[in-house]
Write a protein that binds this ligand. Structure first.
Ligand SMILES: [Zn+2]
Length: 1019
């Protein structure tokens, strides 16, 4: 299989319910194999009879010849055998080395000859070798030898004792970029020599010279090469520098059953700098007092304790509110009856223990807020250039996506659907790669994102007729093909077939349901699949999930069928909403009925088990989509169907509904972030359509906890070191430093996409300033920052360790990971949340300060916002048309130096509180102007449990230190304790600054190495 696009890092991983991380076990699948999170694995070749990559990245190996031999081995079963024949060496896909920061390679090798010059590995471009490993030496020397060389001829050799013959030996090579070191392990012991590498040698993986390298395993990278004389087993490539203990885990676990995945996820080796627990940091150094607090709650619901309380500082220092870390119970026992109790908090690094006195009151019948606002349609808001006539970053990013989307070929996005239904492909149709390639069980997911993206693109391009027509044509074509395919399902052929979704039989000639998608193995009896069925694979994965199938690459395993389906249904509904395409709605209804019919036939225990099955049970926002289908059709089956997706453990604690997020119990610690955030988005949608209070509470409580206890400064919420999975929430709330900053990257971009969706939707119910403060933070500092400089390539994870670098993938939209999927959605609706309106059409909310025009057609009013924000700290709103309405203006929480409002040049006096909205109600006349000025200030955003590790902000903009190299240590910066701005020089109009000679730029404008977090001292 050939992947045409650059392979993007990481894989979709969803965590199981990890109960305490001290000794957690991987239930199923490979998410924490040998103590290493799946996101860190690039490829794994077990070689038990084929050359397939066992990771879901589909980076299968191949050979120059047909000479592939396997033989039985006592220790490992079937293994690959190489016998020094020409062409026997394996060629691995060059994508293995693209976007690689650090690299670790682990291999089991059984050498049968000590002949010098045998290559185990060779990375070459045009015949030039950049990395070569010789286990039996080279050039007559029998010592183990590794050569690393850059394109300028700078080189380093590492040698060790020769590798023993005729026995299995475990070899590991670790290319540790932040430590500038190269390590070699033989049978888990590090060989002595660990050279420091110079910068040139460190950069070879990212250099132009090693673009599209030939990676050869078991021989040099030429067809004529003679191969090794050896057996090979379980060769793995990791994108992180493996720690000593992880190397040992791979080695020792191989002595057990190789297929048994025991996760050693005690605390992973801590490779971040450690600080003494009793050492006060940052503003805490100057604390003289921290106030106690009083809070109220109702019986059954844990209180919402504020993350920050008032403190006082010595020397009249005007320090910020003090971060307090409160205990986080796992149930609601403390509030089982009325009364008073106290909770002691911690202030990191100090002896302060502020007390919260909680008064537990009787249950009241208070209800959550009702929906007051709604979104404008995408075509009603248009992005504009800034005051200097420049395109804003928003326009730049939008255009990168719209123009590339316009050039995409819909048949690529339909390829696997036609394949599933055994229909002919149009001439020259090319399948997508990455997670939509033929044998990937998630295929079709990108198609769903694509449907949403072209719907939004269509709605947003009213300013360009040709472009808009392009997207309309694409929508119609996609829907017509999908409609015709869906009509085949359950439709009798020659009198034979099955209409009933519950009665789908096994595939013809098969003894069981399976997920085989190979040409030979895939079933194509669509007449048996039940009416309305649509997906890019046969229905087996859905049925297997009900029967307990787990996640994995084998035929009896699945990926995440409902996750993929959610994207497809959401895309169809989006097309229906923007264009009224009835066929799109009909497909969605048909499949919605199919889903409802199957799930409604299952007992609740089965559903609970399904939705808690690691990865396999990930369902995206199926609850949201089914609820929306109900809203559109008023068919009660869809509402009931939506409810069948309740994640009962997370929402309600257990089958008795005794606690859970609905009662403010943190039930999501340690879980996979992006598996669960869309479920919470769905919960809010359930509240919207069903008015059941508990669904609102799930969403509202989740949001508060996520933003206060799990968030990185860019707005991302995923990235656990414990549990060892970069896509999970940390194992315990408010321990980001202790348990977060996973080495494989953090901040999965999908998770922030979904956080913004949740945040914007919550604001429709409750117009709290903190919601839009978060929205602005995530939009500017993650979503805007996730796109490449000159193409729509975009990030999966956004790493925030010192000196890290963003990696962008999918520039041509030909192979999508999940985050490449959500990015085509994010970047086709960047204007969506600048303004909201009241449902009653009598109020407008100005949430964001982005040059734009709002066309409030319902009121025949336009509002033009003219600004160069954030390159200036003011904005102007010009009203066109007239009428009475309330203008709600956001006062950002960072606007602590004032907020000035003038109407038609006259400043008005208002009681303004940062982190809120002000309301101006009047009869607005054509030409009325509102001027807002909100001076920016510098401030720090510290990590809650290690406050010296902090990000620097200027107004809403995160400023990142520009770095030349990867770093092991955080960059140290000191600021004036009374006014940190005193230590900063620069040009606010360009948002470029220097501190002690180090350049700082907005993170959204940073494409090289960066330090988002600094080690800060106040002087
Ligand atoms: Zn993602």
């Amino acid at each position: 299989m050939i992947l045409k696009n650059s392979f993007t890092k990481y894989v979709l991983v969803i965590c199981i319910f990890l109960q305490g991380y001290e000794s957690s076990f991987a239930q199923e699948g490979d998410q924490i194999l040998d103590g290493i999170g799946e996101t860190d694995l690039i490829a794994r070749y077990v070689f038990d009879g084929d050359l397939k990559d066992w990771s879901r990245n589909n980076l299968h190996a191949s050979t120059y010849s047909e000479n592939v031999e396997f033989e039985a081995d006592e220790r490992f079963g079937k293994v690959l055998s190489m016998t020094r024949k020409k062409g026997e060496n394996l060629i691995l896909p060059s994508e293995i080395l693209s976007n690689v920061e650090s690299l670790s390679i682990s291999a089991w090798v059984y050498l049968r000859s000590d002949k010098s010059g045998q290559y185990l590995l060779d990375f070459s471009t045009n015949g030039k070798s950049y990395f070569a490993a010789f286990p039996t030496g080279v050039g007559g020397d029998s010592n183990f030898k590794i050569n690393i060389e850059d394109h300028k001829g700078k080189s380093k050799s590492i040698s060790g004792d020769s590798v023993p013959l005729n026995k299995w030996v475990h070899l590991v090579f670790v290319y540790d970029i932040p430590s500038k070191a190269f390590k070699t392990y033989v049978d888990s012991k590090q060989i002595k020599e660990t050279p420091e590498l110079e910068n040139e040698l460190l950069r070879i993986f990212n250099s132009e010279n090693l673009k599209n390298p030939t990676i050869s395993l078991g021989g040099s990278a030429t067809p004529e090469a003679e191969s090794l004389d050896a057996l090979l087993h379980d060769v793995r490539f990791y994108r992180v520098p493996l720690a000593n203990r992880q190397v040992a885990s791979i080695y020792f676990n191989a002595f057990r059953d190789v297929n048994q995945n025991i996760a050693h996820s005690k605390k992973v080796e801590d490779d971040l700098p450690d600080y003494p627990e009793d050492e006060a940091k940052l503003y805490n150094v100057f604390l003289s007092n921290v106030e106690d607090i009083k809070v109220e709650t109702e019986v059954g619901s844990l209180p919402r304790l504020p993350s920050h309380v008032k403190g006082s500082y010595v020397d009249d220092l005007n320090g910020p509110l003090v971060r307090v870390i409160w205990p986080a119970p796992k149930d609601n026992e403390l509030v089982s009856k009325e009364g008073l109790y106290t909770v002691k908090g911690k202030v990191p690094g100090t002896d302060f223990e502020p007390v919260a006195t909680v008064s537990v009151k009787a249950k009241t019948n208070s209800s959550p807020p009702k929906q007051k606002l709604e979104l404008f349609k995408l075509h009603q808001i248009n992005l504009e250039e800034d005051q200097t006539g420049q395109k804003t970053k928003f326009i730049e990013n939008r255009d990168k996506f719209l123009l590339t989307l316009a050039e995409t070929e819909p048949n690529s996005f339909l390829y696997m659907f036609r394949h599933a239904f055994d229909q002919p492909q149009p001439e020259n149709a090319v399948p997508l790669g990455v997670w939509d390639s033929q044998e990937t069980k998630l295929r079709g997911h990108a198609t769903g994102h694509y449907l949403t993206a072209i719907a939004q693109a269509y709605a947003s391009t009213g300013y360009d007729e040709a472009l808009q027509q392009n997207f309309l044509d694409k929508m119609d074509y996609m829907v017509n093909v999908l409609y015709d395919l869906s009509k085949l399902s359950g439709n009798k052929v020659n009198g034979k077939g099955n209409e009933d979704p519950v009665l789908v039989p096994k595939g013809p000639g098969k003894s069981d349901f399976d997920s085989d998608l190979s040409d030979e193995g895939i079933r194509s009896d669509y007449w048996n699949w039940g009416k309305g069925y649509i997906s890019a694979y046969p229905p087996d994965q859905f049925i297997m999930l009900e029967k307990g199938a787990t996640y994995g690459g084998q035929k009896n395993q699945i990926w995440a069928p409902y996750y993929t389906l959610h994207k497809i249904l959401a895309g169809l509904i989006d097309i229906y909403k923007v264009s009224g395409n009835e066929k799109a709605l009909e497909i969605a209804k048909g499949m919605g009925e199919w889903v409802y019919t199957r799930l409604d036939a299952l007992p609740q225990e089965t559903l609970i088990k399904m939705w808690n099955t690691y990865i396999a049970g990930e369902f995206g926002g199926m609850n949201e989509t089914m609820a929306t289908l109900y809203e559109i059709t008023q068919d009660p089956r869809f509402l009931k169907g939506a409810q069948l997706f309740d994640n009962i453990q997370m929402f309600f604690g257990d089958a008795e509904y005794s606690h859970g997020l609905a009662k403010n119990v943190d039930t999501f610690r340690g879980l996979h972030a992006n598996q669960h955030i869309p479920q919470v988005v769905g919960s809010l949608e359930m509240y919207r359509v069903s008015a059941k209070d508990e669904y609102f509470r799930v969403a509202d409580n989740y949001w508060f906890k996520a933003v206060n206890d799990y968030m990185y400064s860019i707005g991302g919420v995923a990235g656990a070191r414990n549990p060892a999975n970069a896509e999970c929430f940390i194992a315990e709330p408010a321990t980001l430093y202790e348990n977060g900053f996973s080495s494989g990257g953090q901040n999965e971009t999908c998770a922030t996409y979904n956080m913004l969706k949740l945040t914007g939707n919550l604001f429709l119910f409750e117009q709290r300033g903190e919601l839009m403060d978060y929205f602005e933070r995530g939009l500017y500092n993650h979503i805007l920052a996730s796109v490449a400089e000159d193409s729509p390539a975009n990030t999966y994870h956004v790493p925030l360790r010192p000196g890290s670098i963003k990696h962008f993938g999918n520039a041509k939209m030909t192979g999508f990971t999940c985050c490449n999927g959500t990015s085509i959605e994010s970047n086709t609706k960047l204007q969506q949340s600048i303004y909201y309106k009241s449902i009653e059409e009598n109020a407008v909310y100005v949430n964001l300060f982005i040059p734009s025009t709002l066309d409030w057609e319902e009121r025949n009013i336009k509002i033009k916002q003219a600004t160069s924000f954030p390159k200036e700290d003011k904005t102007q709103l010009l009203v066109e048309g007239e009428g009475e309405f309330v203008l709600h203006l956001r006062v950002p929480s960072w606007a602590k130096k004032g907020y000035h409002v003038s109407i038609n040049g006259k400043e008005i006096q208002l009681d303004v509180k940062p982190g809120s909205y002000i309301a101006i109600s009047r009869f607005w006349k054509d030409g009325d102007k509102v001027d807002l000025r909100m001076p920016f200030d510098f401030y720090l955003d510290p990590v809650m449990d290690q406050p010296n590790i902090a990000s620097l902000f200027y107004g809403p903009i995160l400023l990142a230190a520009q770095e030349s190299d990867a770093r092991k240590e955080w960059r140290k910066i000191s600021f004036d304790k009374k006014d940190i701005g005193k230590s900063i020089k620069g040009n606010p109009a360009e948002l470029t600054f220097t501190i002690d000679g180090v350049e700082f730029k907005p993170f959204y404008d940073t494409y090289g190495r960066h330090s988002v977090y600094l080690d800060v001292e106040l002087k």
